[in-house]
Design a protein around this ligand. Structure first.
Ligand SMILES: Cc1cc2nc3c(=O)[nH]c(=O)nc-3n(C[C@H](O)[C@H](O)[C@H](O)COP(=O)(O)O)c2cc1C
Length: 213
């Protein structure tokens, strides 16, 4: 079963970025992926900034990244780029720390002016880390997040929810393709395959790993 790790890079304790990442993971779990979430803010900050990869918590985080088939990289947009918190973790990855992995970039931001930050700032870093496939990501505006009565949990407005669905569907499909028989990919066209990837469980023969069975 493919594993997906979400890395969220917000320093905030009540984070929209975390809400988006967890919402994406919930959808993937329903599809049969094994999912985990790594919030960079929970790692020991001093050792992370000093690049001390011998710290057990940082070591465990690096091992989780290495073990994942797919990685969701979720960040708030800060100063027209991804967050420094996220960069602190990316900087302690090995040079090809995302080699062979499928990556879904997610960003939250206050302004549509920085809609393209995922593509001009984050995507080149992910590619330089060796990501095999960086699928189309999603940029979610602050205004798309609705907080509940406690003010600490967010849900997504319907249109943003659909865009996240779309991004997660593309990611699941890319992971499914990587695990499924290649000759099946074109059957019924991309849209049909996408519907299949979204709604079929992972034990479906179309998505099964031909090597691992
Ligand atoms: C220091 C700082 C810088 C920010 N810079 C930008 C920016 O350049 N562009 C933008 O669209 N939003 C910017 N924002 C807004 C955040 O990206 C936005 O509120 C995001 O949803 C916060 O995510 P979080 O709730 O996960 O922390 C900034 C926020 C902060 C605190």
């Amino acid at each position: 079963m493919p594993t997906v790790l979400a890395i969220s890079g917000s320093p905030s304790g009540t984070s929209r970025t975390v809400a988006a990442a967890e919402s994406a993971l919930d959808r993937l779990e329903v599809l049969g992926f094994a999912v985990r979430h790594l919030a960079v803010r929970d790692l020991p900050a001093a050792d992370l900034l000093a690049g001390k990869t011998s710290n057990p918590e940082i070591r465990r985080a690096l091992d989780e990244i290495a073990a994942a088939d797919g990685v969701i990289v979720a960040t708030p947009i800060y100063k027209a780029s991804y967050s420094g918190v996220l960069k602190a973790l990316l900087d302690v990855l090995p040079q090809r720390g995302l080699a062979g992995k499928t990556v879904l970039p997610l960003a939250t931001g206050g302004s549509l002016a920085h809609l393209l930050a995922v593509d001009y700032a984050l995507r080149p870093v992910l590619t330089s880390l060796g990501a095999r496939h960086v699928v189309e990501g999603a940029f979610l505006l602050d205004s798309a997040f609705v907080s509940d009565a406690t003010g600490i949990r967010y849900t997504l407005a319907p249109d943003a929810d659909l865009r996240l669905d779309d991004a997660v569907g593309g990611f699941a499909m890319a992971l499914g393709m990587m695990y499924g028989p290649r000759h099946e990919v074109g059957r019924g066209g991309l849209a049909a395959h996408r519907r299949h990837a979204l709604f079929a469980p992972l034990d479906d023969p179309m998505l099964r790993d031909p090597v691992r069975g």
